[in-house]
Ligand binder design. Structure first.
Ligand code: NI
Ligand code: MN
Length: 222
């Protein structure tokens, strides 16, 4: 059974009987982190971009576990130079993995590294499809992401300031057509304070789509 666990900010652990995938492991120094960097044992780590609140503890966790680190090319190459097991990809690419696949989607945001590119991911975990938007503004091509892969869950930033705000995240939810949406990237620091319950009400009342507001540490079945 596939599970999604929110670890705080934009960090999620996807897992089933076969293993786990960790996304954007910002744990050490994250005031909302549910676990520490030594408490997770993923087989794969996905990094949407190299800002500290996303790259986070990737190096520390990957060195301990030997996890395969996947990101856009420039970030992956940089991680390779730090001795990690990496697989460089770029926007539009799909990689098949033992548990399914990972596809790299665009994100409108800085990469945090010279010449790089921020991204999002669609993870296919044995048939369950999860979209992690990374840090991004709203963009109309989110419709295409949902058309290619009927999404079971969409993980969307709602905190504003560095990303889209809750109002645009409601519109993003409508474009993606996901079965369920989970808000992220809010409340960790003062500039991204917002009310996730107001987002939930709009998604459910205006769009009729299910929204789960997860507290750090909480998990849901997919
Ligand atoms: Ni960022
Ligand atoms: Mn961020």
């Amino acid at each position: 059974m596939a599970k999604l666990r929110f670890l705080g900010h934009s960090c999620f652990l996807l897992s089933d009987e076969g293993g786990s995938v960790l996304i954007d492991p910002f744990l050490d120094g994250n005031p909302k982190a549910a676990v520490g960097p030594d408490d997770v044992n993923p087989q794969v780590i996905l990094v949407t971009h190299a800002h500290g609140d996303h790259l986070g503890d990737t190096v520390r966790i990957a060195k301990r576990t030997g996890a395969l680190c996947i990101s856009t090319n420039e970030i992956a190459v940089d991680l390779q130079g730090k001795g990690l097991n990496t697989h460089p990809m770029h926007l539009g690419g799909t990689k098949n993995l033992e548990f399914g696949s990972v596809r790299v989607t665009p994100a409108f945001h800085g990469s945090g590294i010279a010449g790089g590119h921020a991204c999002g991911f669609v993870v296919n975990l044995r048939g369950k499809r999860i979209y992690h938007a990374g840090d991004t503004c709203l963009f109309g091509d989110m419709k295409l992401i949902g058309e290619r892969d009927p999404l079971d869950v969409a993980l969307l930033p709602i905190g504003g300031n560095f990303t889209m705000d809750a109002e645009d995240a409601v519109r993003a939810t409508g474009l993606l057509g996901a079965r369920c949406v989970v808000p992220m990237h809010y409340g960790t620091f003062p500039p991204i304070e917002t009310d996730p319950e107001s987002f939930r009400r709009q998604v459910e009342q205006v769009l009729g789509i299910s929204c789960r507001v997860l507290a750090p540490g909480q998990e849901m079945e997919i």
